[in-house]
Write a protein that binds this ligand. Sequence first.
Ligand code: ADP
Length: 286
Amino acid sequence: DTYYPEDANYGRLEIVIDDERFEERVARQSQRFLATGGMLLLTLGIGMTLLYRSVRRELDQAHRMQNFVAAVTHELRTPISTIRLHAEMLQDGWVDAQKQPEYYGRIVRETQRLGTLVERVLEKSRLKENVTRPEAGELNELVLAQKDDLEPPEGERSDLAFQLEPKLPKVWLTAEGVGMILSNLVENARKYAPAKTEPILVRTRWSNGRVLLEVCDRGPGVPPSEREKIFEAFYRIGSEQTRTTTGTGLGLHLVRLHAETCGAQSSVEEREGGGSVFRVAFRPAD
Ligand code: ADP
């Protein structure tokens, strides 16, 4: 209706608003807006998570490198100063003839320790290149061949027990790998879980289609959250400032690299009755 009666002479304008379509458009647009907003939030979330992860990885790596440098410095410094001190005393004639063999012995042992450290660092780079190929071999034979080298030095009481399952099938292995794996695991058991109540057990057995090589101790065990990390390069539980044992965090990493060369899996789990079982599962060759 017109406001002024005379306006009625000009005609009539009717405006129809289809509010149903209008509402539909509003709903469609707000849906589009929500979807775009959601996508943006999701992208932002994923981006932030990736960024956080990569920063954390970098920090972890930096922390580990710092620990490694501290450990290596310590591992290098101690033998070098011991060798120097003993050699200087011998050179200056301060050691009587009776004591001399002991001093020479100490120098040789410390040189061996230095040699081992250098070897380990070099071995890591070599294994990463993956040049050695595994061959079919008897695990028990290799363990037995190494038995005497694994025992403590002459005069000390044995802290090892062996339990080798007979008639195990041949597996894919490298003799060097099995040697390194065994000596590292036994050395660790001595270092972190000295045999007080019962000997360190070296065992081979057949389980679930794999031939297992296990080194079992009665030490403090490894907390579940650390069981994967200890196989990473330069990783040691705790921090260099509070640690009492020496090491570089390379031993178990080398165990894993050697196992991988043989196509075997390495792991650690809790031992029944306390302690740890370090395990390498070899693939049968036939
Ligand atoms: P390193 O002995 O040079 O520290 P490893 O790679 O051999 O390096 O071991 C990594 C860490 O795993 C050690 O620092 C130690 O805390 C832990 N670990 C290794 N073996 C044992 C064990 N038998 N019992 C308890 N903890 C262990």
